[in-house]
Design a protein around this ligand. Sequence first.
Ligand code: PEP
Ligand code: MG
Length: 325
Amino acid sequence: QQDQINTFINKEAVSPDGVRVDIELNLASVSEQALEGEKYTDGVGLFRTEFLYLGRDSLPTEEEQFEIYRAVLTKFGGRPVTLRTLDIGGDKKLGCLNLPHEENPFLGNRALRLCFDRPDIFRTQLRAAFRASVYGNLWLMFPMVASIDDIFRAKQAVFEVKKELTDENIAFSPDVKLGIMIEIPSIALLADFAAKEVDFASIGTNDLCQYTMAVDRLNPAVNEYYQSYNPALFRLIHLAAKSFLENGKPVCVCGELGGDRLGAAVLMGLGVRKLSMNISSVAQIRKLVNELPMKKAEQIAANVLALSSAKEAEQYLNSALKEIL
Ligand code: PEP
Ligand code: MG
């Protein structure tokens, strides 16, 4: 069976009724093995840059980051590389920064918030990314956006970095796309406004589930409350995706749900045309897209939105997709 699934790893993801879905890669390092995924994917939908900062005593320099971003952009040629700015805090601690202990790190000074607090760190990363942008197709994405103000502040930081580089006569691509992660319910609810401010959205279902269900994603004691198939989560995704799609802005899902068979079927039905995942899910999801008519995915999604519990949704999805492994 696994052999049969694996035959799909290189097959373009087009549904039987002719709708194409981009299958992108989640990258969390630039090891040779991780970059192997390049052969089987339409781009990088989530380049987690935390690895650059972890397990060391000093912050990565602009030059160091530039070399790595350039290597990944070059490797993917014209395909999008969605670089996520630093998402540290919460579950992700940092040796080279002496961050104070927080009672609720997932609700604390994390990701973009930390970057606003430490403009030196943010600026260095943005400079490295923009300098590398001339080597490929850079999409730049901000994690943990909670409000429209966050978007304005992030865009202002980008504006300043671009001005600096221009003043220094350093080249960067004029085509860098700016996007946000939708992983906090407040911005999902205001996605119609957010969609006017940025070029794309990527839905982070791992955190969106955590913050919607009010359950620590790392705490095994409350694991049963972390319900990825809860219709409440699908309703939020629906709202956010619809807002961006109506504005003609691409929507990706880069959380675990995008690489999950049942989840991906619903996401397709909600209009998502980009799914980003770990390499281990690529063959299975390419197979799903090839075997699930988009019309059927739409029906499935509509039915799930009308259910009241995660359990019902999971049972329904398993039966609706039982023919498709
Ligand atoms: C997410 O929250 O869904 C996501 C993709 O980001 P991370 O898992 O790195 O927090
Ligand atoms: Mg996240």
